[in-house]
Design a protein around this ligand. Structure first.
Ligand SMILES: [Zn+2]
Length: 752
């Protein structure tokens, strides 16, 4: 029997789109009215909350009512002591009268506990938001019929990026998070802070900023209230990086008109910029003024800053060279000290995202320093050492769990655990950027499980875990609604509350929420298989692929990425980059395993299909097919790249290996045959994760073309071979393209 599928996301409705029930159904979104209760479990008909309850408690009751298919009328206030009633869920706080002392004492931090007895339930929260946490994971407690069950978080802080399309209360419930980072836009004019700078703005800009400020303040006030009504804190995102000319070009020009000596002097050939000089006092005056204005207009509880790319105070004038501010670690310490000085007197917190971004390398004529990466640059700890030791300890320091953006399954961070006495937060950037753009299955459950455990050991329970659920370079995308990749959100939530949850159990629990009972075990297995398949697809021999999971355009780019992932300098990884036959065989085996894993996913889908809705089956089949076609091309490219590297090494030794021509020609043919099959879809098809049919997406599903790279690998490999064999030796049936051999010049001929 095919029943309506259930979902942990069932209460979630998309503000901008899912307005009516019929639209929801047409969109293939998961059902609202749910058959949550197993046979024999109590049938709840009422929800009771303390009279005058905090808005978060009321929101929790409304979510529960919706999940249970009850109307708002089923929610009742009670005065006096909390007491169990048959067929009723009673929501209470620790301090509510009548709450059993054992129940209350089982709760730590902002957790909650449930007591089931005589066909009724009392759910007791440490504080109002705790009841939202409970409402977001009813699968853990709703069917209990006896005894108490406590649920306490593993991390004191659970941070999340706010998704503007969903209500804050719903995100709190689903994520179990207690702090958020949100885009609370500020229109900074410096009118009051630095009137001399403001005076240099054109009247048109002055008017535009004044009007925008009024709108921003109003919008921010409403949003901040929504966070506080959900009993959580919110941090406003400062503009990315610290390049003031990017923060506001108008203000930057106006500022330099008044303070010309603050202009920085960049280092020659540096990728980093020097919009402002950190040795000039006016620089910090304008930074502090800007940050203070952002904090004021945002009305948030704190400010979140990101020192990562777009580094704009890398100044090398005489002043900075003399006092050491030409060094990243000193600039960071100065910047963070000044940001803190701006927000601390306002009673606001400072949240800092650390920066370290792949191995140093040349990008055209610019050198990308990538400080904090150890290899040919300072270590992650060295880079942040002055911030750690010489800034106020209450500044929150958040570090990505992995040590490079290149995907997937990257090395573990080298900074986590080293930032004490600051509270540390482990960051999970669960966006499509690092795990496959989310077109395909992009599960990271096993990875999240082991890294979360390790991070917790390093930073402790007083630290935090963070999540940014979303999709990079995607339009119309909603990860919460994604019938495949919502598993990563589910896993993060589960693990931040129970580090010992096993990946297999997480997959199973997630699938049970998302799919009909008979389909669930197969979908759990398919997604489990997809995690390893994606790792093997994008991470040849443990090295990474493009940050945005697309095809590299040429060999140089592909090799930059191998370098960027930066495992090679570690002794255990160097051997994987050796240009040997052994490594070709290793990578062939790895890629065969990837494709076998994808076959396994399809087999599980076939088994699940009779129990899925047509829309679900069609979406999953399409996305699995996208993954398979991409993987066929990508695996052909990776194996061929290793053949190319081998032939290049042979050529350096003035010899070659003609046997490589056949597999290279076969790879060339495979890519030519499969490239046209990438991202086939029916324009009318609607995915759960998009709010429009595929034909109406603003950004069409696409990861570039594998043809150019394949052509280059093939022709350059052929050239290496022909340089030794001459033009006639290699079998004609494997020749796929004209090649350019470097014919010796006349003078070279004579020297021979
Ligand atoms: Zn300078």
């Amino acid at each position: 029997m095919i029943t309506e599928s259930t979902s942990l996301f069932s209460t979630l409705t998309r503000r901008s789109f899912l307005k009516t029930a019929s639209t929801v159904a047409a969109a293939g979104a998961l059902g609202d009215s749910l058959d949550l209760l197993a046979q024999g479990a109590p049938k709840f008909t009422a929800i009771m909350i303390p009279a005058g309850a905090h808005p978060a408690v009321r929101s929790a009751a409304e979510m529960l009512a919706k999940k249970l298919g009850l109307s708002a009328d089923a929610i009742h206030d009670f005065s006096g002591a909390a007491a169990l009633h048959k067929n009723t869920i009673v929501l209470a706080l620790k301090e509510t009268k009548g709450v059993n002392a054992t129940l209350a004492s089982s709760i730590t931090r902002d957790g909650y506990a449930a007591l089931a007895e005589n066909g009724g339930l009392i759910v007791c929260g440490a504080r109002p938001r705790s009841l939202l946490f409970a409402a977001g994971e009813t699968h853990h407690w709703l069917e209990r019929t006896a005894g108490t069950w406590a649920r306490n978080p593993e991390f004191a802080m659970r941070f999340a990026s706010h998704h503007a399309d969903h209500s804050v209360a719903e995100q709190v419930a689903i994520l179990g998070a207690n702090s958020f980072v949100s885009q609370l836009h500020a229109s900074v004019s410096l009118k009051d802070e630095m009137p001399e700078v403001y005076a240099k703005l054109s009247p048109a800009v002055q008017q535009r900023l004044a009007a925008a400020e009024a709108d921003d303040m109003k919008r921010n006030a409403a949003l901040v209230k929504e966070f506080h009504d959900a009993d959580v804190e919110v941090f406003a995102d400062l503009p990315y990086g610290n390049n003031f000319s990017r923060w506001s070009e108008d203000l930057y020009n106006a500022f330099l008109a008044v303070y010309p000596s603050a202009k920085g002097v960049p280092e020659e050939h540096s990728w980093e910029r020097a919009a402002l000089c950190p040795s000039d006092p006016a620089t910090w005056k304008v930074f502090e003024a800007y940050v203070r204005e952002c904090a004021r207009q945002s009305q948030a509880d704190g400010i979140a800053c990101t020192f990562w790319d777009q580094f704009g105070i890398f100044c090398h004038d005489e002043r900075c060279r003399k006092n050491g501010l030409d060094q990243f670690k000193n600039e960071l310490q100065a910047a963070i000290t000044h940001y803190y000085a701006a927000v601390q007197p306002m009673g606001k917190k400072l949240h800092l995202r650390t920066w370290s971004s792949g191995c140093p390398h040349w990008l055209g004529a610019d050198y990308v320093h990538a400080p904090g990466y150890s290899n040919f640059s300072e270590s992650h700890y060295e880079l942040w050492s002055r911030v750690i030791n010489d800034t106020p300890k209450e500044i929150l320091i958040q570090t990505k769990v992995y040590h490079s953006d290149c995907e997937p399954d990257p090395r573990f961070s080298t900074l986590l655990g080293h930032c004490k006495p600051h509270p540390e937060i482990v960051e999970y950037q669960m966006v499509g950027q690092t795990i496959g753009r989310h077109y395909f299955p992009a599960a990271t459950v096993a990875y999240t499980a082991w890294t979360m455990k390790k991070a917790h050991e390093l930073i402790g329970a007083d630290g935090g875990a963070q999540i940014s659920p979303g999709g990079t370079n995607q339009s119309n995308y909603d990860m919460y609604a994604d019938l495949l990749n919502s598993v990563d959100i589910f896993a993060w939530r589960e693990l931040t509350w129970n580090l010992n949850a096993s990946p297999a159990q997480i997959y199973a629990d997630w699938a049970a929420q998302m799919y009909p009972a008979q389909a669930a075990p197969h979908m759990a297995k398919a997604m489990l298989l997809s995690e390893e398949a994606a790792n093997l697809c994008w991470s040849p021999l443990g090295h990474g692929s493009p940050t945005n999971s697309d095809f590299a355009g040429d060999i140089e780019r592909r090799e930059t990425l191998l370098r960027y992932t930066n495992r090679y300098y570690l002794p255990e990884y160097a051997k994987f980059l050796e240009p040997t036959k052994e490594n070709i065989a290793r990578i062939v085996a790895e890629k065969q395993k990837c494709l076998a894993g994808i076959d396994g996913m399809f087999a599980e889908l076939e088994a699940a299909k009779p129990h899925l809705s047509d829309a679900q089956a069609a979406e999953i089949a399409t996305r699995f097919d996208w993954f398979r076609e991409f993987a066929i091309c990508n695996t052909a490219l990776d194996v061929s790249l290793w053949r190319f590297r081998y032939l290049r090494a042979q050529a350096a030794m003035l010899t070659t290996d003609p046997a490589e021509i056949k597999p290279l020609a076969e790879a060339f043919d495979a890519v030519a045959q499969h490239a046209p099959k990438l991202f086939h879809y029916d324009a009318a098809q609607k995915f759960t994760c998009y709010d429009v049919p595929l034909g109406q997406l603003r950004v069409k599903p696409n990861l570039g073309s594998p043809l150019r790279l394949m052509h280059e690998i093939y022709t350059r490999s052929l050239a290496f071979m022909e340089a030794s064999t001459g033009p006639d030796y290699l079998p004609k049936e494997f020749i796929r393209a004209e090649v350019q051999i470097n014919i010796p010049t006349e003078s070279q001929r004579q020297r021979m």
